[in-house]
Design a protein around this ligand. Structure first.
Ligand SMILES: C[S@@+](CC[C@H](N)C(=O)[O-])C[C@H]1O[C@@H](n2cnc3c(N)ncnc32)[C@H](O)[C@@H]1O
Length: 214
């Protein structure tokens, strides 16, 4: 894990210097707040690794500088990892990072989540992208597709977000982890209902099918 952090940071400070992919550039901070923080919830959760072993495909939405996408792909070379980010610059930069780190199982893409029909069974992750209720409403899932979503959150979630009235998703987990050098991490999981999510009429024909490119 230390070697991954060192190699990652060398690329950010070298070839990609000036892109501002992450503000955390101190070696110890980068190790704890980006690499360890991406992996601890996966390694310690009672649910996350089990879900991924079942689906074998993870889609990380809003990966930014590559988190948790790249550390998770590094950790699990036997599974497939795809990233969606709304900013092309970030998708291209993280693509280059994966090439340099010689990770063959990960594909960072320029894609907004609300433009996709998520018609493939997978695990979705969000870390520092937005509010749970707003983001769940942007994931469009057809009947019969099995999707689990995990949100990486901070301990102040209850004060910051209103989780009442969430539709089409059932909460399946709520766990807390210690991450060295950071505030506690909270991981909350949701599963889509079997009938899928509400998809506004007129929108469906404009969505791209995940199964066409995942
Ligand atoms: C604050 S960054 C978080 C980066 C990373 N997950 C982390 O924890 O370091 C949020 C990222 O989400 C992306 N984003 C926001 N809304 C999105 C959407 N609807 N679909 C895809 N990406 C989105 C932004 O472009 C940005 O790169």
């Amino acid at each position: 894990m230390r070697k991954l952090a060192q190699d990652y940071l060398a690329i950010l400070k070298g070839e990609l210097a000036g892109l501002n992919l992450t503000r955390i550039l101190d070696e110890e901070d980068f190790y704890n707040k980006q690499i360890v923080d991406s992996l601890i919830p996966y390694e310690q959760s009672k649910f996350f690794a089990k879900e991924l072993a079942d689906k074998k495909l993870l889609v990380d939405i809003g990966f930014g500088g590559g988190f948790p996408l790249v550390p998770l792909a590094w950790k699990e070379p036997g599974y497939n990892f795809v990233g969606f980010d709304g900013k092309r610059k970030k998708a291209d930069a993280v693509g280059l990072i994966c090439e340099r780190l010689e990770l063959k199982n990960v594909r960072p893409m320029h894609q907004r989540v609300e433009e996709v029909l998520m018609d493939r069974d997978c695990v979705i992750t969000f870390k520092a992208v937005g509010k749970i209720k707003d983001l769940l409403a942007k994931i469009f899932v057809p009947h019969g597709t099995n999707i689990t979503v995990f949100f990486y959150k901070g301990p102040g979630l209850d004060q910051l977000e209103d989780l009442s009235g969430i539709k089409d998703w059932m909460q399946i987990s709520d766990e807390f982890f210690d991450v060295p050098g950071t505030e506690k991490r909270r991981l909350m999981g949701f599963k889509v209902v079997p009938r899928g999510t509400y998809i506004p009429s007129g929108l469906k024909k404009n969505l791209v099918n995940a199964s066409d490119f995942l």
